[in-house]
Design a protein around this ligand. Structure first.
Ligand SMILES: [Zn+2]
Length: 438
């Protein structure tokens, strides 16, 4: 039986009500020094073109250790790793023209804690964080029923996050190994396609549709944020309100995603499906999206979040998750393989001139994903039951599309600066009622 590991992140708010001044100032000092170290490492990475944590470590460890002798040395290790990550994604974004800054600046809201830098008592929900001089500060974590499931999982690394409003969070990664059944050649599959307002899933026997209205929700919050930006003068209040609405927006979308995931998994069980197929977003060409660039990026971002949720929920239920190259899946005829054109009979309909197929865009995408999955198995020139070695299908690695850590923020900012042109058409009444509402 193949064993796969899933990773889940638990988010805890730190209870700061009965924490004394000394502890708080100790934590703030930690954030301040960590920020200084990371920014110094970025400076070095930028001037020497260093993108590997190892190289940063060799170049700067000794010097930093001398300057911060009481700081636990593992903070320097994680700072090197964090810096390498930040700098690599910065280069990637710079290449794509998505970033105007000369070099990245770390605002110092996050500290990466490896296993040597924190301890977690899951019975009492208390965390200890290593601080200066080999001491530890104990923090009480606010927790709920949602956190119970983590008690049986293996503890990983963590991030300590300081929000603009002064709240402190501890995001802890947990790991769990899951046993998945062997895949046979005739195993049933479900392909999942996500577009702006709906999640469409199915196979050759059935296709179902789950309306998410995500595009509409995003438009609503976009207008709200833009209004805050133009109306609120106070910097602090503005940042607070923007943060509030950004997290509220994500919470709403996440809730919808969880409902959709539940529906898909229930359907998979009902139809005796063993494999869930999704697009491997890594293959999408980011440059070629033209004027819809921003929309596309927001969509990809939330699509990758959706994929993560579906992937771990599916694996917990014993389903395999595979990613296939989505290139051309929305434009190719699933029957004859000819190129499709937009039909004149409806906005979302596509037509094949060769075989006469006329079908909804999303249905075509789903059928093509299913087809692509079988093609990729065949291509491997291996018996279907042993395609584990294939890179494209990649059984065994909980692979999710990589996302530069600061892209989310970038997107948020871009969204606020962007013009309205990319948004779906709205009636004037609709717009007015929103503007009044926020
Ligand atoms: Zn055709």
């Amino acid at each position: 039986m193949p064993v796969e590991e899933i990773k889940l992140t638990a988010r805890f708010k730190v209870d700061l009500t009965d924490v004394d001044e000394a502890t708080i100032s100790e934590i703030h000092r930690l954030f301040k020094e960590y920020r200084r170290i990371v920014n110094e490492l970025i400076e070095y990475a930028h001037s020497h073109g260093a993108t590997s944590p190892r190289r940063l470590w060799y170049a700067k460890y000794r010097e930093l250790r001398q300057r911060y002798p009481t700081l636990p040395s593992h903070y320097i290790h994680t700072a090197c790793q964090l810096t390498a990550g930040i700098y690599k994604s910065f280069i990637e974004m710079k290449k794509l023209g998505m970033c105007e800054k000369e070099r990245p600046i770390f605002k110092g809201r996050t500290i990466w804690l490896d296993r040597q830098l924190f301890r977690l008592d899951v019975e009492g929900w208390r965390a200890s964080i290593a601080v200066h001089g080999g001491r530890w500060v104990a923090l009480r974590l606010l927790h709920g029923r949602y956190h119970e499931k983590f008690k049986n999982m293996r503890l990983g690394e963590a991030r300590l996050v300081l929000k603009d409003d002064g709240n402190l969070y501890l995001n802890v990664a947990f790991h769990q190994a899951v046993m998945l059944p062997e895949i046979s050649a005739d195993a049933k599959v479900i392909a999942v396609d996500v577009n702006e307002n709906a999640i469409v899933y199915g196979n050759d026997d059935f296709i179902e549709r789950f309306e998410t209205n995500e595009g509409i929700i995003r438009t609503r919050y976009f207008l709200k944020r833009r209004r805050i930006q133009s109306r609120i003068r106070g910097k602090w209040l503005r940042a607070r309100l923007l943060e509030k609405y950004r997290s509220r927006e994500w919470r709403r979308i996440k809730e919808i995603y969880h409902k959709a995931v539940k529906r898909i998994i229930d359907k998979a069980k009902e139809a005796d499906v063993k494999i869930i197929i999704m697009e491997d977003l890594k293959h999408l060409n980011r440059k070629n999206t033209g004027s819809k660039e921003l929309n596309g990026r927001l969509h990809r971002w939330s699509y990758s979040r959706f994929q993560k949720i579906l992937e771990y929920q599916a694996k917990l239920c014993g389903l395999h998750v595979k990613y296939v190259n989505p290139r051309g899946t929305s434009k190719t005829c699933p029957i004859c393989g000819d190129e499709l054109e937009e039909s004149s009979n409806g906005r979302r309909l596509m037509k094949c001139w060769k075989c006469g197929l006329e079908e909804d865009k999303d249905v075509i995408a789903v059928k093509n994903l299913v087809k692509r999955y079988y093609e990729e198995c065949m291509d491997a020139k291996l018996p279907k039951t042993s395609f584990n070695g294939r890179r494209q299908i990649d059984v065994g690695s909980p692979r999710s599309p990589r996302k530069p850590p600061n892209e989310k923020r970038e997107e948020g900012q871009k969204a606020q600066n962007a013009k309205l042109t990319f948004l779906p058409p709205l009636s004037p009444q609709y717009l007015k009622s929103f503007l009044r509402a926020c």
